[in-house]
Design a protein around this ligand. Structure first.
Ligand SMILES: NC(=O)c1ccc[n+]([C@@H]2O[C@H](COP(=O)([O-])OP(=O)(O)OC[C@H]3O[C@@H](n4cnc5c(N)ncnc54)[C@H](OP(=O)(O)O)[C@@H]3O)[C@@H](O)[C@H]2O)c1
Length: 331
């Protein structure tokens, strides 16, 4: 596994494993296979395991805690906090007040069975709490030894600057893929100016950019993709046509569409850590395969001609969720 530097502070495997789908949002997953997938990732030199305390309302942390019990030092555990869930799984708000985050962190440490979190990040920017207060409280937790690095998620440039002026930010997590490129406008340049790494999620556009998605696929109740604009109606047909073009190019290269989509993100800069949302070992194999080939400048041009920057149809979230993204403010 290629290594990359997290904000110049720590060397980590270039690809991270996103564990969300093992407990939430994408229908049911097999627990034993999920743990096997985490072990296979760690064996191959992946370090970052990305979760949120609200994924499965703690279930995802319990799963990861079990998987890393005997190999804590191999894993770099990245936790998002602040999203509030009701017992039926509904999304009921965001809370990143200092007292709330210390409480969330205490429970996260217990569920994971660890004494520190490697990267701790508010899942969304809380409109009711100045970012300085949230980041200041995480910095207190860094000083107390419970957290190693501070991160943000879906933050816009102005918030990133304010946060970084309060305490050093190591990574910002945002969606980035051939289908989601607005981060290139100002967020990525801001991160590069400040020396902060990008943790890129949704590199397969949640499965759409895998070459295996079909319009016929039936989704379990509660699967996020059943209400995601890019996965429904005419937008889905349009987006699958775009993927067909990529499939032909992947065939010429002798690689899978998923490996190619991941490799495209890896090729956008060595300050980027793409998270790969595999929940089975066979899916993870495509992440490992992305380490076995290179993309030339000519390849990158061909890929971007097949999927031009704004070619995707549909926003990445439904409109009420888009409204919660500080990263999309003013667009
Ligand atoms: N900060 C945020 O707001 C935010 C939001 C979302 C996610 N995240 C983080 O980012 C991580 C990754 O995000 P994501 O899971 O949405 O991204 P993703 O990697 O774009 O999509 C993952 C989905 O793609 C499918 N897939 C994975 N590997 C595949 C393969 N080799 N071939 C075909 N299909 C494959 C799987 O769907 P099926 O198994 O259903 O086929 C999987 O659930 C998450 O786990 C989470 O930790 C953060």
């Amino acid at each position: 596994m290629e290594k990359r530097s997290l904000a110049g502070k720590q060397e980590l495997g270039a690809i991270g494993l996103g564990a969300m789908g093992m407990s939430d949002l994408y229908g049911t997953a097999d627990r034993a296979e999920s743990i096997k997938t985490i072990h296979a990732a760690l064996d191959a030199g992946i370090n970052i395991i990305d979760t949120g305390d609200f994924y499965g309302s703690g279930a995802n942390e319990l799963l990861i805690g079990e998987a890393v019990r005997d190999r804590r030092d191999d894993a770099f555990i990245a936790v998002k906090f602040g999203a509030l869930r009701s017992p039926d799984g509904g999304w009921v708000g965001i809370d990143t007040r200092p007292a709330a985050l210390k409480n969330f962190l205490a429970m996260t440490l217990k569920r994971l069975g660890v004494d520190h979190i490697d990267l701790y990040q508010p899942a969304r920017i809380d409109p009711n709490v100045p970012i300085e207060e949230t980041v200041g409280a995480i910095q207190e937790m860094v000083q107390a030894g419970y957290v190693r690095h501070i991160g943000l998620s879906e933050a816009g440039s102005e918030t990133i600057r304010r946060a970084h002026a309060t305490a050093p930010i190591s990574a910002v997590q945002t969606e980035y893929s051939l289908f989601s490129r607005t981060v290139e406008d100002d967020i990525l340049p801001t991160l590069r100016e400040l020396g902060i790494s990008l943790s890129a999620y949704g590199v397969l556009s949640r499965g759409l950019l895998s070459g295996k998605w079909t319009a016929e696929r039936t989704l379990a109740p509660g699967d996020f993709r059943g209400r995601a604009p890019r996965f429904t109606g005419d937008a889905l047909q349009h987006n699958l046509k775009l993927v067909e073009g990529l499939k032909a190019f992947a065939g010429e290269k002798g690689v899978s569409v998923a490996s190619l989509a991941l490799k495209w993100v890896l090729a956008q800069g060595d300050d980027i850590f793409p998270l790969f949302g595999a929940r089975r070992t066979d899916q993870l194999a495509d992440a490992f395969a992305s380490m076995t080939f290179d993309l030339t400048q000519d390849d990158l041009k061909k890929i971007e001609a097949l999927i031009p920057r704004d070619a995707v149809s549909g926003t990445r979230y439904a409109s009420y969720e888009m409204g919660m993204l500080d990263s999309e403010r003013g667009r």
